[in-house]
Write a protein that binds this ligand. Structure first.
Ligand code: ADP
Length: 183
């Protein structure tokens, strides 16, 4: 019971700080939807932009952070940081005990559950809260947005205007590079 009480006190004192980790390559309206929901629960959210070894990046870490900064602007309740390494370690360093993850479909759940349990094994005080997106963002992911943009499709309803522009610029530059290197 004593252990229980001290943990609860500690949890209470940190209860309102959460980390929202992800690749954000690039930030989409789905990410912003989850962020907004998290801010209704927490006093402060640290967006942690990470390198995911399983996902090759279109934008560099610095570019992803700068896009998030432009989209979110100066907002006292949100900090944007990048990091390489374990999310569980990053949370410990920042004194946070809660991770936010978004859920789209049931298919997200299996992988997310595994990651959440591994994170808790690495940092026993860390809990993951899953927030559900609104129906209109159910199908939205950075990967889908990149595929659509690469094929010249309109992504303006999936991402903020500034990100839409950056996507078009990036794929135009990559297409020019491809042309130049063609034998
Ligand atoms: P990761 O590579 O860690 O999955 P992402 O940037 O793809 O990083 O996603 C970060 C978080 O945002 C994840 O929890 C993901 O489920 C959530 N997310 C991304 N898009 C959406 C969306 N459309 N609706 C709900 N959650 C989303």
């Amino acid at each position: 019971m004593i252990g229980c009480r001290s943990r609860n006190q500690a949890v209470e004192s940190n209860m309102r700080l959460a980390i929202y980790p992800g690749s954000f390559d690039p930030v989409t309206n789905g990410h912003l939807d989850i962020l907004e929901r998290a801010l209704a629960i927490f006093d402060h959210v640290i967006i942690a932009v990470l390198v995911n070894p399983g996902k090759p990046g279109l934008f560099s870490l610095a570019e992803r952070v700068s896009m998030l900064q432009s989209v979110i602007g100066e907002y006292p309740k949100v900090t944007i940081e990048s990091f390489r390494g374990l999310t569980a370690e990053f949370a410990k360093q920042r004194g946070a005990r809660t991770l936010i993850r978004g859920l789209r479909a049931v298919s997200d759940f299996d992988a997310e559950l595994r990651v959440a349990l591994v994170n808790r094994r690495l940092n026993s005080e860390l809990d993951t809260i899953f927030l559900m997106t609104s129906a209109q963002n159910l199908f939205l992911s950075s990967s889908t947005v990149k595929e659509v943009a690469q094929l010249g499709g309109d992504t303006s309803s999936f991402v903020p205007a500034m990100v839409d522009r950056r996507l078009r610029e990036r794929f135009a530059a990559l297409a020019t590079q491809d042309e130049e290197t063609k034998p």
